[in-house]
Structures are given as C-alpha cells and as structure tokens.
Design a protein around this ligand. Structure first.
Ligand SMILES: C[S@@+](CC[C@H](N)C(=O)[O-])C[C@H]1O[C@@H](n2cnc3c(N)ncnc32)[C@H](O)[C@@H]1O
Length: 872
C-alpha cells in the first residue's frame, strides 16, 4: 500500500548489496514471481501450474543434491501428471509458459516435443487472455512499453489539488508547482536544483515525501524561462513538469488569509477578509460551481483522478454487493496462495514438505479451504466511527470530509462525505454542522504543507441502544449516544482565545444537534490536542472534555452545562461495552458480532480452555466468549482500552477474565510461562526452546521488527479516508510508554481454579494492520502446549506473513538473525517472513486448517479474515 520510498536509481543501487547478504539462499528472484501472481489473480493460471516464474519455489538451491533431486522429481512427476491431460487435447495453457528445464539445461528437456511448456520464445503461445508468460522477453517488452505509456499519460494528467495555502505571490499565474520530483528532496534540494539549472525564482518550497514542489516567481519572464529550461528535463526516469497549482481560483474564492509569523512558523494573525454575506454566497453556490469547474478541468485533462470523496473512500460502491463479495473473495484467495508458495519456498532442506502444502494442489494452491465470505448485516451507513479531515475543498471552502487524493502527489483538497454509502446519516450531519461552524471560526484550519493551523479533524463515534432488531430503514433511531472528538493543534495559540472558541463550538454543536430533525444525540464532546504532522495522534495525546449545554435550557437564564465522562456504549452479543475516546472498537458492530462468534466456534472452546485474547482492545472477543471457557487472559497496549475492558467485565458481571496492559511482545513469553508451566510430555520434546537461546533469538527478531512496525504517516493519512483498519484506528505504535513488561493488570479473576487445571490452551489474535510482532509469533510458535490459534486479521497480507512463520517447518540448525542487516527494508512482508523462518528455533509448526472472510467494510477493498491454525 505504501509506496516504496526512493524510486531513483541510486537508492536501488545502495540497497542491493545488503539485500544480497540476506537474500535467502533458496531464492533466485522474487521479482519474477510477481507478474505471475497477477496472472493467477486473474485466474488465468492454475496455482499448481509449474512455470519458469514459479519454479523458484523449488527446488531450493541451498538444498543438498539429494534434496534437489527429490524436489526435482516431485516437480517432474507433477508435470508428467499434468501432461497426461494435455497431450490428448490441446490444453488452453499449452506452451503458454516457458520451460524452465529447457532454459536451465541450455536447450535440453527430456520431454522433448511432448513437453507442455514452450522450448524457447519461438514456441511460446499467448495465454487465453492474450498476455504472455511474464518471464518471456515479449512480456517484458510489453511491460516496458506499457509503463512508458503510463508515464506519458500521467504526465498529461498533472493534477495538483493543493488547496492548502502555499502561495507566495499576489498573482496566481506566478505560483507554479514542479511535479515528479524525488520524494526524498526537501526545499534545499529543490533550490539547489533550480540554481544549478540557472532558473531565477522568488521562493521554492518542497516537503520530503511529496513529489511536488512549489515555486513562486518575481515576474512572468521568470516563469517563462523556468518552463523553457525545465521542459524535457528528467530526474531519474521521471520527466519534470511545471504546472499550475489548482484550484486556480483558490485565492479569489477563499476568504480567509493566514499570516504566518516568520520566526515561529505559527499562524499568529487571522484576517477574515470577508463579510458573512460573501461567505454564505460562496458556500451556497459552491456545489454547483465546484462541479462545473471540476468538469472543465477534467475536460482539460488537468484533473483525472478521483473527483469526489465517494470514489476514494468507497471504491467498490459502483458494484452490487454480491459482486463486491465475489471480488473480495477472489482477491483473498490470491493472497492466501502466497502462504503456500512462500512456506514451500522456505521449507528447509532435508525436511519433507508438510501435508498441507502437498494437499494444496487439490485446492488450487490454497493453504486451506477458504470457506466463504460472511456478509455484513448492514451494507450502508454501517460505520460507527468516522474520522473526517478538516481542510479546503477544491473550490477553497473550509470543509469537513475526506481528502480526495494523496498528499504526496500534491492533493490536499477535502470534499464532503455526502455520497459515501458507508457513512451514517448522523455522522454526515455532524460533519455538516461542524463545517458550518468552521466558516465563522476565528481560528485557522490545519495546513498540511506548512504544518500550521488549529482545526484538524472531527471524529464521530456512535453507540447503539440495546435491542435485538435493527431497523435498516431507520438506522439513526438505533443510535442513542454520540461522541464527537475534535482534533486541534493549540500550540502557539492564545489560551483565552482557544477557550472562547471551544465554548462557541460546544454551544453551536449542541444547538444545531438539538434543532436537527430528528434531533441528533450528542453525549460527549472531547477535544484532542495534537501537534504531530499526520492526524494519526498517539493514544496519549491530551484530551479535554467540554461541557455540553443542555438543549432545552440554552435560551433560559439558568442554562445548564453538563460534563459527562468521556465514553459511549455499544452492545455486542447482548453485552454492554463502554468505549473511551481512543480505544479501538470495530467500526461495524453487527458484522463484528458475526466475526467474534465465528472465531469462538473455530477456537473449539470449553470449560477447560484457557483463552489468550491477544490485542484485546476493550475486551470484546474475550468477554463475548468468557462464558464458554475457563479463563480469559487479554493483552492490550492501549491503557484506556484496558481500563475499558476491565470495566466491561465488571458491568457485565464477568469474573473469569484478566486484562494486562502491555505490548504483547513484552509479556507473551512470560505469560505463557506463568500459565503453562506445568511440564507435559510435549515440554520434554526437542522442540522446547532453551531460555538463553530463546532470549537471544527473540532479541534478534525484535531488532528486525522494530522498524517493521514503523507507521507510514502517509499511509495513515490514506486510512483517514474512512478505513478504520488503519494504524490510527488500531494504534500499533501507541505512545503508551511502559516501564516494565506488565505495567498494570486489571484482574477480575476467579482464582479458585489454578492455571494448571486448564487442559486446553487457545489463542485468538487480532493484531493491528502490521500483524503480530515477531517476538509474539515466536513465543506462540515455540510453546508446545498451545495447540490451536485463531488468527483474525484486517490485513490479509500480514496474516499471510505471520502464518508463514507459524506454519513453515523449522530447520534443525536455526540461524542467528543479522542485526546489522538493513536489506529487509525493501523486502515484501512474505519475503521477510520467509527470511525469519530461518532463525525460528526448532519447534512444531502449525498448519492452516480453514479460513473464512467476514465483510466488515462493504463498498471498500477491505475485509476481515479468520484463519484457524492447529498443531496435530
Ligand atoms: C484490530 S484491534 C483489535 C481489538 C479487539 N480485539 C477488538 O476486536 O475490538 C488491535 C488492537 O491491538 C492493540 N495493539 C496494537 N499493537 C499492540 C501490541 N504490540 N501489543 C498489544 N496490543 C497491541 C491496539 O491498541 C488495538 O486495540
């Protein structure tokens, strides 16, 4: 998802040597496999099919001759088997892939003409979809041409919707942007480049991470000169372009100007250069003008990307729901196949391939059966939490909604969420109310380019009333509580002004909510103060609860302000859940209920089960399954979520749960030891990890993982667009600084039953998008008493990566991790996982038993997946 940083040649060159060092010996090339995966995605090649592209899978070049021979034999038998079917009738894939044996053995293949694979480019036939074997010269040539064409097209579609003020001259014709610059450049690099080219300019600004720089000129002569000099220039393989900053009418239409003080870079003076009538005129006329102007620009080829929030936030909305489910299922199947391919590739020499890999051929290369996809009970308006960005619309109107593109590519325009089908009516109404308030606020909107301003984001969280049935036609009537969290950056602003503005805001929101028809519930109003660059605030960003004026008394002399505790409530499986402002709670409550109950069913629970709920959030999984097990141990790093979990256990009278506030990687090993210290037969097996050795290995892996978990700010920004599976939704890098491994325990534990009595140990893991920390994987994998693991994932790629480590047979001589190696930076998550398997201590692998998708996010590409892993 995140673009690879640094796409220029020098970055690639410096990376290669380190990659060499850690490239798994049995990997010839991982690049070739990718186009093949694409073909598989399009269902053009069966997963079991052997081609030059997937031949890297086996035999492993690090295997012994014997190993190679047996692997080679395996493959040859497979081919012969398949040939039986192809000789008699011409298989549609006959000679559509290059024969790897023929290529390797300099033009010799024992199958001769009968070989189903093409002996050389001349014999090669196009595939049924007219594409070519991706390893062939033809395919490579075609790809190159396509890429060139793409580059040309994107050149034509220069599209900078930088609505945040970033202009230096009074004449927009003298403000230009330069596009296709290296991401790693900052302003200084841009200035040096312009100087080197002999270009005169007034100011030049560029932020790292963006491909766009902003240059203002003293006069039109300088503009002309710059365009002439830069025309046709390239940096790396990118052609530099000079373009207008859109919207061109921004200066004309935007009524507020922000004066930024030189010294602090902080906005100190705000001139609302408008009277109310002109603001409302501009607001009222805005929608139509926007559309006309946008259409014109699209016609001119200047704006070709998403034009509204709906296209960005709900890209599948144009499909029927049945088609969306089918689309997601197919795409998940392709992702799952990576598990088989990579585990096969990583299987150490001399160790037989596990049964599940051998059997994968019978199910199209899947590691286990994908049992289907469960639909969301609600398809529209299902989100109980929406994070709306604050910014300027395409036409320069202060707007509360979604960014319609990527900041890195120079798009900061924010558009209203009106047509996004996943957003509830209540959330849309609150966004509109807050937007209206911002039109008159004396504090500025957050400017993503200068990182200045005040108003940043609005989060609307909804809680339902208890009840069995949901009125799909009148969803709002089920919403009884609403929490609004307004994110600001108050640093550098006058306290008194800020307090007055908050009071005005609270009054305005309460009044408008009460006057809405039907009235909107407004339970809690919280302000989150955050100074960081991205809106993804750490969980400990300061919160301030504002009092809300009771609607019925607003006009009376004794207007009654109430401040309530900052929390709302929702219900899952008839349990009441208390949710604090920053705690994770699944955004689609009804679908989450299905997800948790499926996980419980697959976990095979009973009164003798000890259930580890890893990454437990507010305790939803453990608490909804507590009645089916002996005891639940929940682990969660967000302190307020842990307090919520504890509170939720209490309000629901559940006594067999213990919640631990810690990073799972810090406590998993010791918890397994604490609970499972009873020696069993398994413990005596050679699979047991020795303490010292284990610690060393854990440290090695931790080293690799520390950067792996690094959040990509821009990725977080993209997920602001309504995808709550982001790291902002489930903070994996929360700033909750923990002193010790278990800083705080919340225990409502039935201590009458000692831990040794639990015969059955099960883990349900539900990690954030990045997946489980390698230390946690290792702890789970190497503890022999943990026989069953249910993995719930909002990111199938990380599920696959983690499952590679959990399910690949371990080597008898695990390698030591190389702490100084930085080559993993450019590896795929699966490649990295494969690499890690080499240092996995000798332990019995899990095997994938079954998988099921649960659609928590209709209209988007995202989907939850559940996979059951077991040890026989
Ligand atoms: C996808 S959410 C799942 C929460 C919960 N199971 C639920 O369904 O509501 C992931 C949770 O993992 C927590 N988390 C992230 N990294 C963690 C870590 N290293 N250790 C423990 N918890 C973590 C997040 O705070 C978040 O609550």
């Amino acid at each position: 998802m995140a673009d690879s940083p640094g796409n220029n040649a020098s970055a690639a060159e410096t990376l290669n040597p380190s990659l060499e060092e850690i490239k798994p010996l049995n990997t010839e090339s991982t690049n070739d496999a990718e186009p093949f995966e694409q073909l598989q995605q399009e269902n053009l090649v069966e997963a079991g099919e052997a081609t030059a592209a997937d031949e890297e899978v086996q035999p492993s070049s690090s295997q012994s001759i014997e190993g190679q021979e047996s692997a080679g034999k395996r493959k040859r038998e497979d081919i012969e088997e398949e040939n039986e079917g192809t000789k008699s009738s011409l298989h549609p894939l006959w000679k559509t892939s290059l024969c790897s044996y023929f290529r390797r053995q300099s033009g010799h293949c024992s199958h001769g003409d009968a070989c189903r694979y093409a002996h050389g480019e001349e014999e090669l036939r196009p595939r049924p979809d007219n594409s070519w074997d991706p390893t062939s010269e033809r395919a490579k040539k075609l790809l190159k041409t396509e890429n060139e064409e793409k580059n040309e097209t994107s050149d034509a579609e220069v599209n900078v919707l930088m609505t945040d003020a970033f202009v230096d001259s009074s004449d927009p014709a003298r403000d230009k942007c330069v596009v296709h610059l290296p991401r790693k450049w900052a302003s200084d690099n841009l200035k040096s480049y312009l100087d080197e080219q002999g270009i005169l300019y007034k100011t030049a600004k560029k932020k790292k991470g963006m491909t766009v720089g902003f240059v203002s000129f003293e006069n039109t002569e300088q503009v002309k000169n710059a365009i002439e000099i830069l025309g046709g220039k390239t940096i790396g393989n990118k052609q530099i372009k000079v373009a207008d900053v859109l919207p061109r009418s921004f200066e004309k239409k935007a009524k507020s100007t922000i004066s930024v003080s030189e010294g602090t870079g902080q906005a100190t003076e705000i001139l609302l250069g408008t009277d109310d009538s002109s603001v409302s005129a501009s607001i009222n006329g805005c929608e139509n003008n926007d559309t006309v102007e946008m259409d014109k620009l699209m016609g001119d080829g200047l704006v070709a990307k998403a034009r509204n929030a709906c296209d960005v936030v709900t890209p599948l909305a144009h499909m029927s729901y049945a088609d969306q489910l089918e689309h997601k299922k197919n795409s998940l199947m392709q992702t799952l196949k990576k598990l088989t391919r990579n585990a096969r590739k990583a299987c150490p020499e001399g160790i037989p391939l596990p049964e599940w890999i051998l059997k994968s051929r019978d199910i199209g290369g899947l590691p286990c059966k994908l049992e289907g996809i469960l639909e969301s009970p609600l398809v529209n308006g299902y989100r109980n939490k929406c994070e709306f960005s604050v910014g300027y619309s395409f036409m320069g109107k202060p707007t509360v909604g979604f960014m319609i593109g990527n900041f890195r590519d120079g798009v900061t325009a924010v558009e209203e969420p009106v047509d996004c089908p996943n957003i509830s009516k209540i959330a849309c109404k609150f966004a509109a109310i807050f937007q209206e308030f911002l039109q008159h606020s004396s504090l500025p909107l957050w400017n993503r380019i200068n990182n200045t301003g005040f108003w940043r984001q609005l989060t609307v969280r909804e809680g339902r009333s208890p009840g069995e049935t949901i009125e799909v036609a009148a969803l709002e009537s089920n919403i009884s509580e609403v929490m609004l969290m307004i994110q600001v950056c108050s640093s550098g602003f006058d306290d008194e002004l800020v307090t007055t503005e908050f009071e005005r805001m609270a009054q305005s929101l309460a009044l408008e909510a009460a006057e809405s028809s039907p009235p909107l519930p407004l339970t809690v109003l919280v302000v989150q103060d955050h100074t960081g660059i991205s809106n993804a605030a750490p969980v400990d960003a300061p919160l301030r609860t504002l009092s809300i004026t009771k609607a019925e008394t607003t006009s009376g002399p004794d207007a009654n302000d109430i401040t309530v505790e900052a929390r709302i409530h929702d219900y899952i499986s008839n349990l009441r859940f208390s949710i604090s402002p920053t705690a994770f709670f699944q955004v689609n409550t009804l679908a989450a209920e299905k997800l948790y109950s499926l996980a419980g069913d697959w976990a095979g629970l009973g009164p003798d089960t000890l259930l580890f709920d890893i990454c437990c959030g507010t305790g939803t999984i453990g608490l909804t399954l507590a009645h089916r097990v002996g005891m639940v141990v929940g682990i969660e790093m967000n302190a307020s979520a842990v307090s919520d979990a504890q509170r939720n256990a209490e309000i629901n009278g559940i006594k067999n749960c213990r919640f631990i506030c810690a990073k799972a990687e810090d406590v998993m090993g010791s918890l397994l030891k604490e609970y499972l210290n009873v020696p069993s037969k398994q413990d005596e097996s050679p699979h047991v990890i020795s303490e010292d050795n284990g610690k060393d290995d854990l440290r090695d892996l931790e080293n690799l993982a520390s950067v792996d978990n690094g959040a990509d700010l821009e990725e977080s920004r993209i997920h602001e667009l309504g995808d709550d599976t982001s790291s902002s939704g489930c903070p994996n890098n929360g700033s909750e600084e923990l002193e010790g491994p278990i800083e705080r325990s919340c225990i409502s534990e039935d201590t009458s039953k000692t831990v040794q009595q639990y015969k059955d140990v099960v883990a349900i893991v539900d990690p954030p998008r990045v997946g489980l920390h390698p230390v946690v994987i290792k702890a789970l994998r190497t503890h022999p008493r943990l026989r069953r693991l249910v993995y719930i994932s909002c990111n199938p790629e990380s599920l696959v990566a983690n499952a590679i480590e959990l399910c690949t047979p371990s080597t008898n001589k695990p390698e030591k991790g190389n702490k100084n190696n930085r080559g993993w930076r450019k590896m795929s998550s699966a490649g990295l996982a494969r690499h890690r398997t080499k240092s996995m201590p000798s332990s019995e692998p899990f095997h994938p038993v079954k998988a099921m998708a649960v659609d928590l996010f209709p209209h988007t590409q995202h989907c939850e997946m559940v996979m059951l892993l077991e040890r026989l």
